[in-house]
Design a protein around this ligand. Structure first.
Ligand code: C5P
Length: 224
């Protein structure tokens, strides 16, 4: 089977990561979570009291930042490491979610993370999810998907995810965070979230998880 790049973009919390992971597993491809890289960067800035709007801090922050992914041998799940420390759970907390979109507006930060993402996908056979994968990171991706889902559905799913990790968050607070991230992500000057003309839109509001995975795997097999 040939190797291609599958770019999955879309709004916050519409199931991009879990879908991308399952598609990668089915096709024997590598999954890369670009959002985790922005989240880990945000955590790095927060922990070191660095301000993303201060160019000096940005330079300092990027110099001391190393993001890697490792498979957990027990769960077989990919986990994110920041400067050698496992930060998989910490980057999904509301503390990070509330600041990540602000960090992701900074041009120098995007430039560095996009370069890393392009290196990770150089050999193809990857599924990468994010906001600018089909537009900026891999404009030549063989398959581009744009995922959507209504806000209610997305918030309910995210609440369940957080609950499973032991964080109880009010539904309204989650909705506000998702809507605000959508707003910032879609209106920023640097690589705003947009549906590319060659992307295939999938609305997951009423789809079962297995259905959305099967749809994308089917589309991939048409191009492979
Ligand atoms: O995908 P996830 O929701 O974890 O992404 C967190 C945030 O990282 C997004 O709301 C967005 O601000 C930023 N992001 C981005 N470009 C990407 C992936 C994520 O700007 N490719």
């Amino acid at each position: 089977m040939g190797k291609i790049v599958i770019a999955i973009d879309g709004y916050s919390g519409c199931g991009k990561s879990s879908t991308a992971k399952a598609v990668a597993k089915d096709l024997g491809f590598t999954y890369i979570d670009s959002g985790a890289m922005y989240r880990a960067t945000t955590l790095h800035f927060l922990t070191n009291y660095l301000s993303p709007s201060n160019p000096h801090d940005v330079e300092k922050g990027l110099k001391s930042l190393e993001i890697t992914f490792q498979i957990n041998p027990d769960t077989r799940k990919q986990e994110t490491y920041l400067n050698g420390l496992n930060v998989e759970d910490e980057i999904r907390t509301m503390r990070v979610s509330e600041r990540v979109s602000e960090v992701a507006t900074i041009k120098e930060i995007r430039k560095e993370l996009v370069a890393q993402q392009q290196r990770l996908g150089r050999k193809k056979g990857v599924v990468m999810d994010g906001r600018d994968i089909g537009s900026v990171v891999f404009p030549d991706a063989e398959l581009k998907i744009f995922m959507t889902a209504d806000l209610e559905t997305r918030a309910a799913r995210r609440q369940q995810e957080l609950l499973e990790k032991g964080e109880l968050v009010d539904l309204e607070e989650i909705k506000k965070n998702l809507a605000e991230r959508d707003r910032v992500d879609s209106s920023r000057a640097e690589s705003p979230l947009t549906k590319m003309p060659d992307a295939i839109e999938i609305d997951t509001s009423k789809l079962a998880f297995a259905e959305q995975v099967a749809q994308i795997v089917g589309l991939a097999k048409e191009v492979i």
